[in-house]
Ligand binder design. Structure first.
Ligand code: ADP
Ligand code: MG
Length: 323
C-alpha cells in the first residue's frame, strides 16, 4: 500500500464507528431486512456485520474492494444526488487498506457462496463457502498497519459507545430494518423492524423517553416533517436528544435545532431543551451538495423554508397537546 492510499483510507476511516456506519449503510442498500452488528474491544479488535440482503456474486467480490468500485452510481442523475451516497465506492477499499477483512457472501441465485480474505489492501484470496444468503463482513485489528492512527483512538469503552451512537441513529432512520447490536458479548439494542418509528424509538431510547412524545406530521413549503417531539413537561437539560434525519439519513442541522427551539419558545422554562426524533422529507436538489459526503453536518440551499416547516410542525404538534 502506498502512503497516499493509506492517508486516503485514514481520512474516510477515523475510528470503528466510521466503519460500522459505512457497512450498515451497505447492508441497508442491499435491501436487508435484518442486520446484526457485533463488536469487541470497542470495534478496534473485531467488528462483524451480518445482513440478509442481496449478497455479492462471486465474480463481483474482488471488484467491490477496488477504489471507486460502486454498483450504485450509474447515471449523471445519480451523481446530482451524490450527497446521499456516502463514500461513493470507497468504503470497502478503505477498510481493507487499514484492517484485516473477511467477507462471506451469497446471492439467492448461487448455490455456493464466497469467502474473501484481504488485508492491508493487498490481493485478496477468494474461495467457495457454504453460507446463507446475504453478507457477513468481519473487520479485525483496525489500523494494525498504521500505528500512528491507532494511537489516536480512544479507550475501547469510548469507541464502543461511538459505535452504539451510530447504530442507534441508523436504527432510527430505518425502522423497517431490524437492527441488533452486540457490544462486548451483550445485546444492547434490538429493534423490531416493523416500520413503526415509535417502536424503534422505544428500543433505542427506552420506555421513559418513548412515552413522553407528541407525534408530528406536517407539510409546508413542499417539505414534509414527521416524527416525534417531547412534551414540554419531558424536556431535557441539554440538546443531546435532538435528532434530525433528512431523507432517512441522520444529519446535524443548526437550522433544525433553532426552529425546534423557536417552536417551543413559550412552552419551556429557561435552561430546558426540547428533544426530538424528526424526519424531513425534502427534494434532494434543496440539500447543499457541497458538504463533505462523510460529514453529517448539512446545509440547505435555502434555510428559511426548512426553518419554517419545522417551526410550524412543532407549533402544531404542541397545540394538539393543548386541545
Ligand atoms: P458504495 O456503497 O459507495 O457503492 P462500498 O465500497 O461501500 O461502495 O461498496 C462497494 C460495492 O460492494 C457496493 O456498490 C455493492 O455493490 C457491494 N456491497 C458492499 N456491501 C454489500 C452488502 N452488504 N451487500 C451487498 N453488496 C454489498
Ligand atoms: Mg457503501
Amino acid at each position: 500500500k502506498s502512503v497516499s492510499e493509506l492517508i486516503a483510507a485514514g481520512e474516510v476511516i477515523e475510528r470503528p464507528a466510521s466503519i460500522v456506519k459505512e457497512l450498515l449503510e451497505n447492508a441497508i442498500d442491499a435491501k436487508a431486512s435484518a442486520v446484526t452488528v457485533e463488536i469487541k474491544q470497542g470495534g478496534i479488535g473485531f467488528i462483524r456485520i451480518t445482513d440478509n440482503g442481496i449478497g455479492i456474486a462471486r465474480e463481483d467480490v474482488p471488484t467491490a474492494f477496488l477504489r471507486h468500485a460502486t454498483s450504485k452510481v450509474r447515471t449523471e442523475d445519480d451523481l446530482t444526488n451524490i450527497a446521499t451516497l456516502g463514500f461513493r465506492g470507497e468504503a470497502l477499499a478503505s477498510v481493507c487498506a487499514v484492517a484485516k477483512v473477511e467477507l462471506i457472501t451469497k446471492t439467492a441465485g448461487q448455490e455456493l457462496g464466497s469467502r474473501y480474505l484481504i488485508q492491508g489492501g493487498e490481493n485478496g484470496t477468494l474461495e467457495e463457502a457454504g453460507c446463507p444468503n446475504g453478507t457477513t463482513i468481519i473487520v479485525r485489528d483496525l489500523f494494525y498497519n498504521v500505528p500512528a492512527r491507532l494511537k489516536f483512538l480512544k479507550k475501547d469503552f469510548s469507541e464502543g459507545n461511538a459505535v452504539q451512537g451510530i447504530v442507534e441513529k441508523i436504527a432510527l432512520s430505518h425502522p423497517e430494518v431490524s437492527v441488533k447490536l452486540i457490544k462486548e458479548n451483550k445485546t444492547v439494542l434490538h429493534t423490531s423492524g416493523n416500520r413503526d418509528l415509535r417502536s424503534a424509538i422505544y428500543s433505542v431510547f427506552g420506555k421513559d423517553f418513548a412515552t413522553g412524545l407528541l407525534p408530528v406530521n406536517y407539510q409546508h413549503n413542499g417539505i414534509r416533517v414527521s416524527g416525534f417531539i417531547t412534551k414540554p413537561a419531558c424536556s431535557r437539560t441539554n440538546r443531546s436528544m435532538q435528532h434530525f434525519f433528512v431523507n432517512d439519513r441522520y444529519v446535524k442541522t443548526r437550522t433544525g435545532m433553532a426552529a425546534l427551539e423557536e417552536g417551543y419558545k413559550h412552552s419551556l422554562m429557561v435552561g430546558k431543551f426540547p428533544a426530538c426524533v424528526l424526519k424531513l422529507g425534502i427534494d434532494y436538489s434543496l440539500v447543499d451538495v457541497n458538504v463533505h459526503p462523510a460529514k453529517i453536518e448539512i446545509r440547505f440551499v435555502q434555510e428559511r423554508p426548512v426553518f419554517e416547516a419545522i417551526y410550524f410542525a412543532v407549533k402544531s404538534a404542541l397545540e394538539q397537546e393543548d386541545i
